[in-house]
Design a binder for this molecule. Structure first.
Ligand SMILES: C[S@@+](CC[C@H](N)C(=O)[O-])C[C@H]1O[C@@H](n2cnc3c(N)ncnc32)[C@H](O)[C@@H]1O
Length: 292
């Protein structure tokens, strides 16, 4: 199969089913029961919204009228989100009404109005009315942000009493069968996540710990459970992606020639195992729901 690793839209599409299987149902139940179906509309802001997967996932599950604001830094992904939601509506038999600034998704009596904003979460208050927002949701997002960005965001949410749901927060990758070099490879991979970037240093694999620590300091009620990808033997597409991400990341690390040799040896073994369908990859995440 040909995979275009440089196409984020295809990657987000591929990971969707794994995320659906991994999302923690107990954390999800807390969210669904927290907002009693009421006459007023539920206002949801999705940050790092990508191609709109959270809308696809929650529209049916939430028993509410919904107003969504999707915030994503890349314009091309916001355009792809419209396209994806249009396909989603067609597949599910939902009515679809498209305006230049927003779309509406209608299933019988239930309606979601969805606004698309291209922008950085650092300026969230410019894109969405936090006073009115009931919950901020994010999927596979906060490992990409720095602790300071997260801290600033949580202060804004806390001052407006906005609930917080963050799913698929990354913390570890493991491989089976074990290899001696795994530990070193994953350590380098996590180091790459924490390379200096224009906005600072991402929380990377420390995001769960750092997020929980900060949420606790705000004395919020917190639910957290694991949401694991288990990429079994033969799940070659996702396994190809993971090996590619590791190869690419470590290629940017200025490894010595001895370290590069170790990496190449490890990659060759893992690619062979992938090819022979003897490889399993486990990617550990957690899901967090926090409220006042
Ligand atoms: C791993 S993707 C997840 C997308 C989507 N939530 C999903 O589950 O399919 C993370 C997304 O966050 C976006 N992103 C990263 N930093 C951002 C920021 N500071 N502000 C807004 N979006 C950001 C990226 O462009 C990317 O689309």
């Amino acid at each position: 199969m040909h995979l275009d690793y440089n196409d984020p839209i295809a990657w987000l599409e591929h990971r969707y089913d794994c995320d659906v299987q991994a999302r923690n149902t107990s954390v999800e139940r807390k969210l669904l029961s927290f907002f009693k179906p009421h006459e007023s509309v539920l206002h949801i802001t999705d940050v790092g919204a990508g191609t709109g997967t959270n809308v696809c996932y929650y529209f049916t599950k939430l028993n509410h009228q919904q107003e969504w604001t999707l915030i994503e830094q890349h314009r091309s992904l916001m355009q792809a989100a419209r396209e994806r939601l249009r396909k989603f509506a067609a597949q599910q038999g939902y009515r679809w009404d498209e305006q230049p600034d927003e779309i509406q998704l209608v299933d019988g009596d239930k309606k979601a109005t969805i606004r698309f904003v291209t922008g950085n979460v650092d300026h969230i208050e410019d894109f969405t009315n936090l006073e009115q927002t009931d919950v901020l949701v994010a999927n596979a997002f906060f490992d990409l942000l720095s602790f300071d960005q997260f801290d600033t965001l949580i202060k804004k949410l806390a001052s407006h009493n906005v609930a917080f749901l963050s799913t698929l927060n990354y913390y570890e990758t493991s491989f089976y069968p074990f290899l001696e070099e795994d530990h070193q490879i994953v350590r380098w991979y996590h180091m790459h996540m924490k390379r200096p970037q224009p906005f600072g240093i991402s929380m990377g694999a420390d995001c769960c710990e750092e997020m929980l620590d900060l949420l606790m300091r705000h004395h919020l009620m917190i639910e957290q459970e694991s949401s694991q990808w288990h990429l079994k033997r033969g799940n070659t597409t996702m396994q190809h992606y993971i090996l590619h991400f590791i190869e690419n990341a470590l290629g940017e690390l200025n490894l010595t020639s001895a370290e590069q040799k170790l990496l190449n040896r490890w990659l060759n073994t893992r690619k062979e195992q992938l090819h022979n369908r003897t490889l399993e990859i486990i990617v550990d995440h957690n899901d967090i729901f926090a409220t006042e």
